[in-house]
Design a protein around this ligand. Structure first.
Ligand SMILES: *[C@@H]1O[C@H](CO)[C@@H](O)[C@H](O)[C@H]1NC(C)=O
Ligand SMILES: *[C@@H]1O[C@H](CO)[C@@H](O)[C@H](O)[C@H]1NC(C)=O
Ligand SMILES: *[C@@H]1O[C@H](CO)[C@@H](O)[C@H](O)[C@H]1NC(C)=O
Ligand SMILES: *[C@@H]1O[C@H](CO)[C@@H](O)[C@H](O)[C@H]1NC(C)=O
Ligand SMILES: *[C@@H]1O[C@H](CO)[C@@H](O)[C@H](O)[C@H]1NC(C)=O
Ligand SMILES: *[C@@H]1O[C@H](CO)[C@@H](O)[C@H](O)[C@H]1NC(C)=O
Length: 622
């Protein structure tokens, strides 16, 4: 197991999708032009400009091997804030096809919801969501929200002055694993036709940058009253740094977008960073592996706070920093570290810089007197001992909690410092230590607790025992020294529903563990307010818009949340369904479909799925 995999959980999907890119690169590109002609026939408020004929291709020079991935070495691109300097950055990515228009489409309102779908089961077997726990109501002002992230939905990768991001670059990197003959690959092969579409889809996805009005109107029609989206740093600062120019077009874009949300009765909830690092910062100094990022992030945050103060009232600094910091330690991002950082230390150097950047942004937020509340989005869970009452597994749960939720939540919510389990295991050369001033600055920098809650799993100690791992840095499970398990320890029963293995292998729906999981969080990192900032599921045959598993899970989950509010007295003030629409699920491309609305990637037309209607019935009427 390579070192970076110890921290992140994305290895399987990352390598898998990257190796598929090889397949895609050799495929035909005819679908690309057909999707563009479909776009150009959309009714627009201004005439479309002519469609260029070139298509996006993966670079053949970088396709030779894993180690052949090209990225300029850190510091080799000079800071040049001219248009030519911006183009120099885009050249690292390769050719990008901008959409053939520059104005947003105005939806026809009001949007009519479709008639109710026919029941799938007799009512004695499957009651309607609205019939469940009918006497439990939602607290006043509860957010029934949906969520998205800039890279995953916006498209318009190069429109209106945007700079490139590391995901614009990553989406063109072929060949994640040398061995593409694993069982998982063959599961994918029946989808080749669909996967070829991933090349243009990466630059266009849902084109929400130009279609946000329609998307907002469509969720408002469902009764949704909040949308958690992210702002693209590289749109506002194409070169990322504090001394570089602000892109006024981008500031204006998000300003209009925020106003449109407010007018539609959908509260805008903004995340400053959802993984789309400006490529410039990676090239200048190694992105989040360098402490230089702190000042640049704080400067970006201040610019955005000032621009949207009083209109956005709920803010997040970072989305799932633990996953992000694990991801950048692995392929293909691991070609660009700050001096002295390597794949083993990158996740921890990144975590350290993220925490200081978060604290700096929140300090600025408070000093500037920005209205509203701010925190960050956590991921993961505390965990359940695989073998009940087994001492090693109980300690493994503690290790899991420390390295996952605790890495960011202990510093921010409780101590100002890393969990002791982390500092006891990792030397300062891996995990930088905070100064007394850092600790003061970091502690208390969140107004609420936000959890992206997808699953809760059993946690098992290393098979050869905890002691053998903790003291041995060459143990394959070091430094976390625990493993999540999807099956019970008695008969190997799965703890929950798994989706199509081709679409997302890490996911297992476990609504039965949800209340326990939320109680664990409130016990360890108590706050006066909690948001379930993301939840959701993918499943096979999603194009049928039926989503049996997801609806079952959503109903169980929303009902459990009601019980958590009423019986466990947890201060849950909102939940946000991932996602508002189908989107680019990072390395899985558009094959993993989490949307409560289906998107046809030829026409970009959206259609409500059953889950959208069932959530709407269950939540908007309470
Ligand atoms: C709410 O419903 C539950 C279950 O149907 C029942 O036990 C409880 O008494 C009800 N509470 C009120 C206040 O009606
Ligand atoms: C992996 O796939 C590529 C592209 O299809 C092929 O050239 C290569 O031989 C495959 N590698 C193995 C080990 O099968
Ligand atoms: C990046 O990670 C891949 C595996 O994920 C590894 O093969 C490669 O050697 C790493 N590159 C660097 C520069 O660490
Ligand atoms: C685990 O220990 C608790 C407390 O001692 C006990 O109530 C419970 O029955 C035990 N569970 C199992 C599966 O042994
Ligand atoms: C990475 O850096 C750490 C800390 O300097 C060092 O202990 C470790 O040996 C390095 N790992 C590699 C693979 O170079
Ligand atoms: C997308 O829309 C086009 C045009 O209406 C239609 O021909 C096609 O079947 C749709 N694709 C899917 C996968 O629904």
């Amino acid at each position: 197991m390579s070192p970076h995999l110890r921290y992140g959980l994305l290895c399987t999907s990352l390598c898998l999708a990257a190796s598929l890119a090889t397949v895609i690169a050799t495929g035909t590109t005819t679908q690309i032009s057909s999707s563009f002609s479909a776009l150009s026939s959309m009714p627009l408020t201004a005439p479309p400009t002519p469609i260029a004929t070139s298509v996006v291709r993966t670079s053949s020079t970088s396709a030779s091997s894993v180690s052949g991935v090209s990225f300029p070495s850190v510091g080799s691109i000079p800071k040049d804030f001219s248009p030519a300097g911006l183009q120099r950055l885009w050249d690292v990515v390769g050719p990008v096809e901008p959409p053939p228009f520059t104005t947003t489409r105005i939806p026809k309102t009001p949007i009519a919801l479709p008639s109710a779908p026919p029941p799938l089961y007799p009512s004695w077997f499957a009651p309607a969501p609205a019939d469940i726990l009918t006497n439990l109501t939602l607290p006043k002002g509860f957010f029934f929200g949906v969520a998205t992230a800039a890279y995953q939905v916006e498209g318009a990768a190069k429109s209106e002055g945007k700079g490139p991001t590391m995901w614009d670059w990553n989406s063109r990197q072929p060949n994640g694993v040398a061995d593409n003959t694993t069982g998982k690959i063959s599961l994918w092969s029946h989808r080749w036709k669909e996967l070829r579409l991933m090349i243009p889809v990466w630059d266009i996805v849902d084109l929400q940058y130009f279609l946000y009005k329609e998307d907002v109107a469509r969720v408002a029609a469902l009764g949704v009253n909040a949308h958690s989206f992210s702002i693209s740093w590289a749109r506002i600062f194409p070169f990322g740094t504090a001394d570089s120019p602000v892109n006024q077009e981008a500031l204006k874009h998000y300003s209009d977008l925020i106003d449109y949300h407010i007018a539609a009765g959908v509260a805008p909830v903004a995340t400053l960073f959802h993984w789309d690092t400006p490529l410039a910062l990676q090239a200048y100094y190694g992105g989040f592996t360098s402490p230089k990022i702190v000042d640049d992030f704080v400067n970006y945050a201040k610019t955005v706070f000032k621009a949207y103060n009083g209109r956005v009232k709920t803010w997040y600094t970072f989305n799932e920093p633990r996953v992000y910091c694990g991801q950048i330690a692995g392929y293909p991002f691991n070609i660009s570290f700050a001096p002295g950082v390597n794949s083993s230390t990158a996740p921890y150097q990144c975590s350290y810089n993220v925490l200081r950047a978060h604290a700096g942004a929140v300090k600025a937020f408070r000093e500037m007197g920005i209205q509203g509340e701010i925190a960050f989005k956590n991921d993961d869970f505390v965990g359940i001992p695989w073998r009940a009452n087994n001492t090693d597994d109980m300690q493994a749960v503690e290790r899991h909690a420390a390295f996952r939720l605790g890495a960011f939540s202990n510093p921010i919510y409780t101590t100002g410092d890393w969990p002791e389990i982390m500092t006891d295991t990792l030397p300062p050369s891996f995990l930088p230590r905070f100064t007394a001033q850092d600790k003061k600055d970091i502690k208390g920098t969140a107004d609420f607790f936000a959890i992206d809650s997808y699953r809760t799993q059993y946690i098992m100690a290393p098979p050869d025992g905890l002691a053998a791992c903790v003291s041995n840095p060459s143990h394959p499970l070091w430094p976390e020294c625990n493993t999540p398990v999807l099956f019970d320890s008695n008969a190997g029963w799965a703890a929950g529903i798994s989706p199509d293995p081709a679409s997302d292998s890490w996911l297992q729906a476990t609504p039965n563990f949800l209340r326990q999981s939320l109680r664990d969080i409130q016990t360890r990192w108590p706050t006066k307010k909690m948001y379930i900032s993301e939840f959701g599921f993918v499943e096979p045959f999603e194009e049928l818009r039926t989503e049996l598993f997801r609806i079952t899970e959503d109903v169980a989950r929303t009902s459990e949340i009601l019980l958590a509010i009423h019986e466990d007295k947890l201060p849950i003030a909102g939940i946000f369904a991932w996602a508002m629409v189908d989107n680019a699920e990072w390395s899985s491309g558009t094959s993993a479909k989490f949307g409560i609305q289906y998107v046809n990637y030829t026409t970009l037309e959206r259609q409500y799925k059953r889950s959208a209607l069932s959530l709407c019935k269950d939540l908007s009427e309470r």
